[in-house]
Design a protein around this ligand. Structure first.
Ligand code: ADP
Length: 397
């Protein structure tokens, strides 16, 4: 069975065609700058063959047609007909409390994705557009949606509620939903496999540290708490997001700087975090390099590390212990010194990193010392594979 995994954004479509017999990636690619000048597609096939198509791509339908043509092209393609694609798995950012698992697309499901767009205005409409274009271009294929929020639906009420007037929850569904669920679930399950135990018998802290970053407490295979909230703004210091701040800062700054709600939202989501503090970059590589001779870059780095450490400590308390910890995503998989700094001085909690084993990038590996009570791992995340597996299972049933 061949499954196409789609991540449709507002101006881009990322895709992977996966052969589910052996879970190998036949081809992966990206359509970018949809609707703007300089639109293009790039694709890399499993045999190493790479190509680029530069052409006008006014909308997602034209973009998806180009994807299908690139996959089925007589010379450059990897399949002979679009009919070989048995199902399409789509990433959807926000499913609110309507979905705790992946589902086959129906009209009702599409209505719900549209309804939850109020909480993910940049993502859900683009995700839905991807679904509708694929329905049109591949009517034979089963369409499945996987939600970033679904894994966190297991959080208990006292964890997901905010201490605001209860009626705001009733009227506007204001509560914690979390994000990166597919990634947290994947790496937690991989860790259980590495340890050789059932994930249901483990307490795991998963650190997804990318441009967007979140930490999750995974208790007995389920998300118990996570650092992102109603939106991805809450929690860790991120590339351009501030993460946790005193909420009183919001009206204070709006008043002092004469900002509208939209401008304040932009300031916290796009102008803050590593970029806002350092003033040089949102990219952790630049921050690490800059920290050598720039005090603000050093401060941004230290704040990032401290916030992760604080969440780890609080989740050990929340779960009454921890058996394993895992680092994933761009920063988590690659930033050697940063992993060391996060794990430093956590030996009271039984967390001891082995500096030698830790001297590695992007590999699934255990990096704790032999006497560390808590096992520490790096696991490269693979959200596409989770989406493909969920899709396969739903098609089979
Ligand atoms: P997202 O998917 O959220 O856009 P990624 O998971 O791709 O983000 O992670 C991007 C981040 O990973 C960037 O901050 C980048 O600097 C960081 N990163 C990538 N490689 C390294 C590295 N070798 N050392 C430190 N940080 C790295």
């Amino acid at each position: 069975m061949k499954i196409l995994v789609i991540n449709s954004g507002s101006s881009s479509i990322k895709y992977q065609l996966i052969n589910m017999e052996d879970e190998s990636v036949l081809a992966k690619g990206l359509v970018e700058r949809i609707g703007i000048e300089g639109s293009r597609l790039e694709q890399e096939n499993s045999d190493g063959n790479e190509f680029e198509i530069v052409q006008d791509i006014p909308d997602h339908e034209v973009g998806m047609e180009l994807v299908v043509n690139s996959l089925t092209d007589g010379d450059k393609g990897v399949i002979s007909s679009v009919d070989e694609i048995e199902a399409v798995g789509h990433r959807v950012v926000q499913g609110g409390d309507s979905f705790d698992k992946s589902v086959v697309v129906t009209d009702e499901v599409k209505k719900e994705i549209d309804r939850w767009a109020s909480l993910a205005p940049l993502h859900n409409p683009a995700n839905l557009m991807g679904v509708e274009v694929c329905e049109k271009l591949m009517p034979h294929a089963t369409q499945v949606v996987t939600f970033d929020s679904a894994f966190h639906q297991s959080m208990p009420e006292e964890v997901y509620m905010y201490a605001l007037p209860y009626e705001l929850y009733e009227k506007h569904s204001i509560r914690r939903y979390g994000a990166h669920g597919t990634s947290h679930k994947f790496v937690a399950n991989q860790v259980a496999k590495e340890i050789g135990k059932d994930v249901e018998d483990l307490k795991i802290i998963t650190c997804h540290l990318g441009n967007g970053a979140s930490v999750t407490a995974v208790k007995n295979g389920k998300s118990y708490d996570t650092s992102m909230g109603l939106t991805p703004l809450e929690g860790l210091v991120m590339g351009t997001r501030c993460g946790d701040i005193d909420p009183a800062i919001v009206p204070f700054v709006m008043d002092k700087e004469d900002l509208s709600p939209q401008e304040m939202d932009h300031l916290m989501n796009k102008e803050s975090g590593l970029l806002g503090v350092s003033g040089i970059s949102s990219d952790m590589r630049d921050i690490i390099e800059g920290a050598e001779n720039n005090d603000k870059a050093k401060l941004a780095y230290n704040m990032f590390v401290y916030r992760v450490k604080k969440y780890i400590g609080s989740y050990v308390a929340a779960m009454n212990g921890v058996d394993a910890m895992v680092f994933t995503a761009g920063i988590g998989e690659n930033a050697i010194g940063l992993r060391e700094d996060i794990c430093a001085d956590l030996d009271y909690l039984g967390i001891k990193l082995d500096a030698e084993k830790n001297n590695v990038r992007g590999k699934a590996i255990e990096i704790s010392t032999d006497d560390s009570k808590v096992k520490i791992f790096i696991i490269p995340t693979n959200e596409e594979l989770v989406i493909a597996r969920d899709t396969k299972e739903l098609v089979a049933n």
